[in-house]
Each structure stands twice: as C-alpha cells, then as structure tokens.
Design a protein around this ligand. Structure first.
Ligand SMILES: Cc1cc2nc3c(=O)[nH]c(=O)nc-3n(C[C@H](O)[C@H](O)[C@H](O)COP(=O)(O)O)c2cc1C
Length: 184
C-alpha cells in the first residue's frame, strides 16, 4: 500500500489562509479535495421555504451536533444563491436522499441549470404547513430552525435545532464516494 503524505511546505511563503480566528497553514486545497473523495457521505437536499422564497441545494456537509437538544449543522458556501434566502426564512429541511434520487441531487447541485424554485420540478415534493418543502421519497427529513450561523473560511456553518423528523420509505440510501453516487 502506498501512502502519499501531504503537509504544508515549511519553506513555502504565503501559504496561510484565514480559516479561523488566527491565520493557519493548510495543505493544498486540491489535496484536501482528493482526500475527502475517499470518505463516503450521505447526500442531502437542504431546502427552505417562506417569505424570502423557496430554494434548495445539495449537501454532504451535514452533521449531528447533539441529541440534547437535537441539533444539526449544515455547511453552505456563502456564494450560493440559497445563502441569503435560507438566512431570511430561518427554517430549513434536511432531506436525506434515497438511492433512487441521484437526479434530484444533480438538479439541486445546479448540474442541470435549474435555479431556485425551478429545481422542485425534479422529485416528489410536499409543502408542509410551515412552508418547508419536504421530499416524499427522502429516507428521512429533518425540519429545523436556524439558531446560529458562523462564517468559517468560504462557508457558513449553519447550526439548527431539529423541530421534527419524518421517517420516509425504508430502502437503500444515496452516498457520494469517489466522486460518484453509490447506494448503501
Ligand atoms: C454530492 C454533492 C455534495 C455537495 N455538498 C455541498 C455542501 O455540503 N455544501 C455546499 O455548500 N455545497 C455542496 N455541494 C455543491 C452545491 O450543491 C452546489 O454548489 C450548489 O447547489 C450550487 O449553488 P447554487 O445553489 O447557488 O446554484 C455539493 C454538491 C454535490 C454534488
């Protein structure tokens, strides 16, 4: 087995990036992306609906923070058109995709050219009384209230309180691994 070690080159000037309260030295972003492609991750479509509008984006950077109280975090690139809409609505739904919904993941990742509300033509969507779009075929959907948004590097880390969970049909889930969709 061969291991490729990627460390910042101490001799390299200007390799500092602001990723936290103090500048720290990092490995190359491309090496980091290659490394992350080795990790399998569940695929979610994070949606929002309300007075600011309805939109959604595909995300793998979703993580449980605590079960007391139930808390999830989602990382969203600040350049995403969803960022200001989500912030103003203050409510999101994290829809965890089943194996048959790779086309929904592609649509909400912007790969089909569809934008904001247009993206909901892909998949079987139900609008909850809160205005939140929920994917009927999601293996699970978390209805969440945004409690804190922290900018870190290029992304916003969005902390949410989980107000309700909806268990969808049982069956294989969609996972992103090796830059490809796989079923688990
Ligand atoms: C499998 C997969 C996972 C992704 N995970 C994230 C993520 O966690 N956070 C993020 O900001 N973008 C993620 N993206 C990219 C966004 O889905 C995409 O850039 C975004 O929808 C496009 O921005 P827009 O909504 O402004 O069009 C992911 C894309 C794919 C295909």
């Amino acid at each position: 087995m061969s291991w490729i070690e990627q460390r910042p080159d101490d001799a390299m000037d200007g390799a500092f990036d602001a990723v936290g309260p103090i500048p720290v030295k990092t490995c190359e972003p491309a090496a980091f992306r290659d490394a992350m492609s080795r990790l399998g991750a569940a695929v979610h479509v994070v949606t929002t609906g309300g007075p600011a509008g309805m939109t959604g984006f595909t995300a793998s950077a979703v993580c449980s923070v605590s079960d007391q109280p139930p808390t999830l975090l989602v990382c969203l690139n600040r350049r995403s058109q969803s960022a200001p809409i989500l912030q103003r609505n203050g409510l999101i739904c994290v829809n965890t995709l089943g194996a048959g919904d790779a086309h929904v993941a592609d649509t909400f990742a912007g790969r089909t050219g569809a934008f904001s509300q247009e993206r909901f033509k892909s998949g079987d969507w139900i609008t909850m009384p809160s205005g939140m779009p929920v994917l009927a075929t999601a293996v699970v959907a978390f209805e969440c209230r945004v409690i804190e948004i922290r900018p870190v590097a290029s992304h916003n880390v969005i902390f949410t309180a989980v107000e309700a969970v909806r268990l969808g049909p049982e069956g294989p889930a969609l996972v992103y691994h090796g830059r490809a969709y796989k079923r688990v």
